[in-house]
Design a protein around this ligand. Structure first.
Ligand code: NAP
Length: 425
């Protein structure tokens, strides 16, 4: 290989040589000879990454000629290089890729297709990411089925989570080839999301892949796992400890619920799990729950403002009267986190649990979590909260086409654990 590189670098009469080196040594070397072009991948790079024209040294070639050669070879070019040798994409608009596109075909009628999109279709942003994995969350199912509370404008590509490699960046914090993930902010809501091979986002949304997690593992967590971790973090940092008694997780077989059960159990808490799927008791026991409670039993209809206190803390993912019941049954000075509304967006409660029992109700919003806390919580997921049961909760979908069926399940409340989707190799 060294010999090959030496040869291609050395100009000979009648032959023009272009060579280019990326900082990560994935550089292709180009040779052109009497009108013929040949691309030699020095380090085994099979898919051409975009080249910066100013980083190409050519003998006897001006920039126009360089562009022409690269176009012939179907290599996208970039024309600006920024500090730190990162690249701002330009002239890459013609790269085509697969995407899920949700279109409103008639009023309140939405159709999902797998279509071709191009880089030029993406929103502006500093970081272009080649997506390897995404995942399916409840919010994705809403966006993919035309819920205008989540996504105002269609056609739209959903996917609030994405993990992959930086393909281009104008921000010196990220360079080509970096492994990164994005969850939340506006991704997949009104910004084209992770159900496509490329996303382009502001650098301020991008999280470097935490050491200890693969791209695939990061998407097993995704927004659901990150939200579960935020909820557990809040419980623990509000003073709920494992020697204070049982903690409760509602919607326990769902994405957020499963991961919350597993994190708390792995951290030594005595976990009770509320589920509509009593037949999933073995699954919840495997995740570490000690007691399984049917959703009906956790849905108090007595109308009483307070019930016998049971829980040191609660991670609620479903809202509605199950949350109301959890608030009434939380012990003195306990904390309840709430993040979801699958049963209802309404919350009917009296003031008594708060002023007589001193309980705290804490809201979780994962999408807007500030970056410093975001990094802290991702680091916990990669270390002490890295689950031994990650594969137990995971279903891997082979591609975008497989999402349809799973979207139906999640909307019917029949989801179990986490579904991730392979977007590209
Ligand atoms: N605030 C945030 O930052 C944030 C982030 C992520 C998710 N969320 C919200 O959190 C909720 C859960 O998200 P997810 O991704 O975990 O969804 P999911 O995987 O679909 O889980 C929801 C679970 O809720 C339970 N459930 C569904 N319908 C129910 C019903 N009618 N009565 C009682 N329980 C019911 C089911 O578990 P069981 O059968 O075991 O009860 C279901 O698996 C959603 O509302 C989502 O929008 C919020």
């Amino acid at each position: 290989m060294k010999e090959l590189i030496r040869k291609t670098r050395r100009p000979r009469s009648g032959r023009n040589v272009l060579c280019c080196c990326y900082p990560d040594h994935t550089a292709p070397f180009l040779t052109t000879c009497q009108g013929e072009s040949k691309l030699l991948f020095a380090c085994g790079t099979l898919t051409p990454a975009p080249l910066c024209i100013h980083n190409l040294s050519g003998v006897g070639l001006n920039n126009r000629k360089k562009h022409r050669i690269l176009a012939k070879l179907h290599i996208p070019t970039v024309s600006t290089v920024t500090a730190g040798s990162t690249f701002l994409e330009k002239n890459m608009e013609n790269i085509a890729f697969k995407a899920m596109v949700v279109t409103e075909t008639a009023e309140k009628t939405f159709v999902r297709t797998i279509s071709d999109k191009h880089i030029e279709d993406l929103p502006t942003g500093e970081v272009l990411i080649k997506v390897r994995y995404s995942s399916l969350n409840y919010k994705d199912a809403l966006s993919a089925s035309g819920n205008k509370g989540v996504t105002r404008r269609y056609p739209h590509t959903p996917g609030i989570d994405a993990a992959g490699l930086v393909a281009a960046s104008s921000n010196s914090a990220f360079k080509i080839g970096d492994q990164v993930l994005v969850t939340g902010y506006d991704l997949g809501m009104n910004t084209a999301g992770g159900y496509e091979e490329y996303i382009r986002v502001p650098a301020s949304w991008v999280v470097p892949l935490p050491t200890g997690l693969s791209l695939r593992e990061s998407m097993i967590y995704g927004t659901a796992g990150f939200t579960a971790a935020l909820s557990c973090y809040k419980l623990i940092h509000s003073g709920v400890s494992k020697d204070q008694g049982q903690v409760l997780v509602t919607g326990a077989t769902g994405g957020v619920g499963s991961i919350a059960v597993a994190i708390l159990a792995q951290s030594g808490f005595d976990v009770a799990a509320v589920t509509t799927k009593i037949d999933q008791t073995p699954y919840l026991l495997q995740l570490g729950a000690n007691e399984i409670i049917s959703a009906t039993d956790a849905d108090d209809q007595s109308g009483r403002p307070l019930l016998k206190p049971r829980w040191a803390g609660v991670v609620d993912t479903v809202g509605g009267n199950i949350l109301t019941t959890a608030i009434k049954t939380t012990r003195h000075h306990g904390t309840i986190t709430c993040c979801g509304n699958v049963t209802s967006a309404e919350l009917h409660t009296s003031i008594y649990p708060f002023i007589l029992n001193g309980v705290s109700l804490v809201g979780i919003d994962s999408a807007t979590t500030p970056m410093d806390h975001r990094l802290r919580v991702w680091d916990k997921l990669a270390t002490e909260w890295k689950l031994t049961h990650l594969e137990t909760i995971t279903t891997e979908l082979p591609g975008l086409e497989a999402l349809d069926e799973r979207i139906g399940l999640i909307l019917q409340g029949k989801n179990r654990g986490r579904a991730i989707v392979k977007i590209s190799d």
